[in-house]
Design a protein around this ligand. Structure first.
Ligand code: PLP
Length: 499
């Protein structure tokens, strides 16, 4: 044994050295990482993700069946609300954070800052929560309150800035975000509008998913444009696979992107619109029109109404920009032949817009919801929870009829005999009769009843009932298939109108 190895052996055998190793082993054993890898050895057939971040992507394609009536092409919706943060932006959040970590720009305890319409914030906040970073987001004030609350729920700080200012104004959400980064040590700007990781994320996930899910048979890919990350990244991938695939962008009316695509010029005036997350007053750095074949437009009303139809007719609870994407996609799909396969990307969940596009008052206030044809069916159904049709027959006594009116808080009673309305009584008339002639209280209502209420079919418009109600009748009866189904009074119509 050489002198050196004898010396080393002595060193390893020393009590000090052994104590050091024992402490190190205990520390290692106690570390959550070690315990987890030990535990993992015993976990067979247990299926789980290491963290929420690996559940991002692989969103489903679902066939559109109703809102595309008249289109021959097969239209498939890619449902990005299946991502854990509820939007397509989860894909870029984790990508941007991990790149900044790899480059050493984001260090433990660091802060992620971003100007976001909400969804990118969610994606970044998920990554930050798992990896232990702090987030500060700036958001324009047109964004829904739900988005602000969601970001705060994930631990982010949210600063609300004015919407109606140009993007270069110091007050704009992008400029405020830049200032926060300058003033915050150990912080990074996620910078989705200029960060190449944004389109890269779609090049590496969204594009390949669409290609694989359609077995390479996709003919058209349609998506709304915000930063342009989705259309640029997924469009690039799909065109590399097959240059004949057509990539269509949808721009909300008021944005400058469509005009710029066709004329290479901007209108000097930027008009605001209500759809969130898409459209711009300039061309973002990551948007590359090289991969785009066509840009179509959809306005706020079309977008919100289409979004609501997707929810009610297809069961897809999506946001307003999904309505924009689908409304634009269908303008293209209308002219396509039968054997065409179109994929439309629906960016986020509608749960974020319950106070807006899914709120009838908000829709009416902004003139997006104009009741085109309100039928009596709607009024009868909206009275659910009330006692329904309260009636008497001709032999019911005036006393019982008065009891019924006070019990059910109604003032009009149809008199029904063998399923037919043969007359009507009114609470105040019944009371006058009893006050004037008390002995009449036990007389049958047939003695005092007036003309029957008019019968109107359930599918008639409200106006046809109003014509009767404003004349002599206090109520109309609503029938379907010869059966009396309900009653609509003057009060019901006024209630409906005031709503
Ligand atoms: C709701 C919503 N839809 C669509 C988009 C557009 O996606 P992209 O920025 O990749 O163009 C965004 C982007 O922020 C969004 O928030």
């Amino acid at each position: 044994m050489s002198l050196k190895s004898v010396q080393r052996k002595r060193q390893y055998d020393s009590p000090k050295y052994r104590a050091f190793w024992k402490a190190a082993q205990i520390r290692l054993y106690l570390s959550p990482k070690h315990r987890f890898s030990e535990m993992k050895k015993n976990l067979k057939n247990v299926q789980f993700h290491d963290s929420i971040l690996s559940t991002i992507g692989r969103t489903p394609l679902v066939r559109i069946q109703k809102v595309n009536k008249g289109c021959k092409a097969l239209v498939l919706a890619k449902l990005e609300y299946f991502n854990p943060g509820g939007s397509v932006k989860d894909r870029i959040g984790v990508e941007i954070v991990e790149e900044a970590e790899r480059e050493g720009r984001l260090k433990p305890g660091g802060t992620i800052v971003e100007a976001t319409s909400g969804n990118t914030g969610m994606g970044l906040a998920l990554a930050a929560a798992v990896k232990g970073y702090h987030c500060v987001f700036t958001m324009p004030d047109k964004m829904s309150i739900e988005k602000i609350r969601l970001l705060r729920a994930l631990g982010a700080e949210v600063i609300v800035t004015p919407t109606a200012v140009p993007h270069e104004s110091p007050e704009s959400y992008t400029e405020v975000a830049k200032r926060i980064v300058r003033e915050t040590p150990n912080s990074i700007l996620a910078n989705q509008y200029y960060n190449p990781r944004n389109p890269d994320a779609h090049y590496r996930s969204t594009g390949p998913e669409i290609w694989e899910q359609t077995g390479g048979q996709v003919d058209y890919f349609v998506c709304a444009i915000g930063t342009g990350g989705t259309i640029t990244g997924a469009g690039k991938y799909l065109k590399e696979k097959n240059p004949n695939i057509k990539v269509v962008g949808v721009d909300p009316k008021g944005s400058v992107l469509r005009e710029y695509y066709y004329t290479k010029k901007f209108s000097p005036v930027f008009k605001t619109y209500k759809v969130e997350g898409i459209g711009q007053d300039y061309v973002p750095g990551v948007l590359n029109f090289q991969y785009v074949d066509e840009v179509v437009e959809a306005d706020d009303k079309e977008s919100f109404l289409m979004g609501r139809r997707l929810a009610r007719e297809e069961g897809l609870l999506v946001g307003g920009s999904a309505g924009t994407a689908m409304a634009g996609a269908l303008k293209v799909a209308e002219r396509l032949p039968e054997d065409t396969l179109m994929v439309v990307l629906l960016p986020d969940t509608g749960e974020r817009y319950l106070s807006k596009m899914y709120n009838d008052d908000w829709m009416r206030e902004h003139r997006f919801l104009v009741p085109e044809r309100i039928t009596l069916r709607y009024i009868v159904e909206s009275k659910r929870g009330t006692p329904g049709l309260v009636s008497v027959d001709p032999v019911t006594t005036i006393r019982s009829a008065l009891d019924l009116t006070s019990q059910h808080h109604v003032s009009q009673l149809p008199v029904i005999d063998k399923g037919k309305c043969v007359g009507s009584v009114d609470e105040s008339d019944l009371m006058s009769t009893v006050i004037n002639t008390p002995s009449m209280v036990d007389a049958p209502v047939s003695k005092v009843m007036k003309d029957p209420f008019p019968l109107v079919h359930k599918d008639e418009q409200v106006q046809s009932a109003v014509a009767y109600l404003s004349k002599t009748y206090p109520a109309v009866l609503v029938e379907e298939d010869g059966k009396i189904e309900g009653i609509v009074t003057r009060y019901d119509v006024i209630q409906y109108m005031s709503r």
